[in-house]
Write a new protein. Structure first.
Length: 423
């Protein structure tokens, strides 16, 4: 009894502070990135540019902040997530500040594309990868809570950017957002820690494993994982769906304005995606822990496809708001469940590196999708074809995940049959 009384346990598990830090990184990083829709019209007007060429700014940034995970993930596995997350938030702030001084659209490409792209790319995968190691039983919920910063950022930051543009102009708005990224994002990123064992803890706050084998997290080697059918299928599904996933984040606001909706209400629609996204990350992440994360991932693809089909037939504010919310729910669930599925498949040994490699698929889709939708609009003055293709891409992704899951189950059953068959 006496010995037990001397053992002290923290009232709040340290893993939740890591989740809070990752929330701050995603809130500031992606919230700043997703303000871009509010800047499309001012940038078009200021530089006399087409919608497709302006949309390319976001596509370049998106390509970098998802593609850079292939470097930042392994670096985080080796050196720790905190320095990369802090550096990423500082780069994001500098990129936004540099964009405020741009004198040409090319300079916006360089400042916003490189600054925000490299900054979020440095911070995102390391922060989310760190969260995966702190939880097992509640991994889906914790991952969902961490990336719900993206949803809250999408809710808060675009209306804030619109307000700042009205008060300070687009240059002053970018400068203010840059300062916010460096101070808030960089400061809270200091709470990130890579591994619970350094605090004498196990995942979920359990006692740490006492075996020698616990000195290194279990899991597949990178080369082994990326050659597996599960990883290849997951990569293909994410690549295909990503051609359409980010089209609403760039084009929903101009789409709404094209149909006579006031700019303030159009930007509010982007905030509705954020509301839905926050709900999806928070609730669907926890639900995935109970119903199975692989099945949940399949449902996210189907849900995004159905929501995009709603967009194709919506032209007034309330149907568009319904689309925005439903789409946000399933998009948020997709972002929440995906890192947890990687951890389930391949373990924690190289989880950040594998998430980073997987996100290069999203990078290529983001590079092509939003800008292609913009150029398609420049030619046809309609978003119908890009929206329908985006929905079809998510259907294709769902088919790939279903086929991969069925093949994996079949292979497992065959291996079991062989193991019990006489020689």
């Amino acid at each position: 009894m006496t010995g037990q009384a001397t053992i002290s346990h923290p009232r709040i598990f340290q893993g939740w502070f890591v989740v809070a830090a990752a929330f701050a990184v995603t809130f500031v990083g992606f919230g700043s990135a997703y303000t871009f829709s509010a800047f499309v019209e001012p940038l078009q007007r200021n530089f006399g540019a087409s919608r497709g060429s302006v949309s390319l700014v976001f596509s370049l940034a998106g390509f970098l902040y998802f593609g850079l995970g292939i470097l930042s993930g392994p670096l985080a596995d080796r050196f720790g997530s905190r320095p990369l997350a802090v550096a990423g938030m500082i780069l994001t702030g500098l990129g936004l500040a540099a964009a405020s001084a741009a004198q040409s659209l090319t300079q916006v490409y360089a400042a916003y594309g490189l600054g925000v792209g490299l900054g979020v790319g440095c911070a995102y995968v390391p922060a989310i990868g760190a969260v995966q190691r702190w939880f097992v039983r509640r991994r889906g919920f914790a991952s969902g809570l961490a990336v719900s910063g993206i949803g809250v950022g999408t809710l808060v930051m675009p209306p804030l950017a619109s307000l700042l543009i009205g008060m300070l102009g687009w240059r002053g708005a970018y400068l203010t957002l840059g300062a916010l990224a460096m101070v808030l994002g960089g400061g809270l990123a200091l709470l990130i820690e890579n591994d619970p064992r350094r605090r004498g803890l196990g995942p979920d706050g359990d006692p740490p494993p006492s075996t020698v084998a616990a000195a290194r997290p279990e899991g597949a080697a990178v080369n082994e994982a990326i050659r597996s059918m599960r990883f290849v299928s997951l990569y293909a599904a994410c690549l295909i769906c990503s051609f359409g996933v980010f089209v609403p984040f760039v084009h929903l606001v101009p789409f709404a304005q094209d149909h006579g909706i006031a700019p303030s209400a159009a930007v509010w629609l982007l905030g509705v995606i954020g509301i839905g996204s926050t709900a999806g990350r928070f609730f669907l992440g926890g639900l995935a822990d109970r119903m199975g994360r692989e099945l949940s991932l399949l449902l996210m693809f189907v849900g995004m496809a159905l929501a995009l089909a709603m967009w194709a037939v919506s032209t007034t504010v309330w149907p568009l708001a319904a689309f925005a919310f439903v789409y946000g729910v399933f998009y948020g669930g997709w972002v929440a469940v995906l890192p947890a599925v990687v951890m389930d498949y391949f373990g924690g040994r190289n989880v950040a590196g594998l998430i980073g490699i997987l996100y290069t698929s999203v990078a290529f889709g983001t590079l092509v999708g939003p800008s292609a939708a913009g150029f398609a609009f420049d030619v046809s003055h309609s978003y119908t074809l890009p929206i329908l293709l985006s929905a079809a891409a998510n259907v294709a992704a769902a088919i790939i995940v279903t086929a991969s899951s069925s093949l994996a189950v079949g292979n497992t059953a065959l291996q079991r049959q062989r193991s019990v068959s006489p020689p």
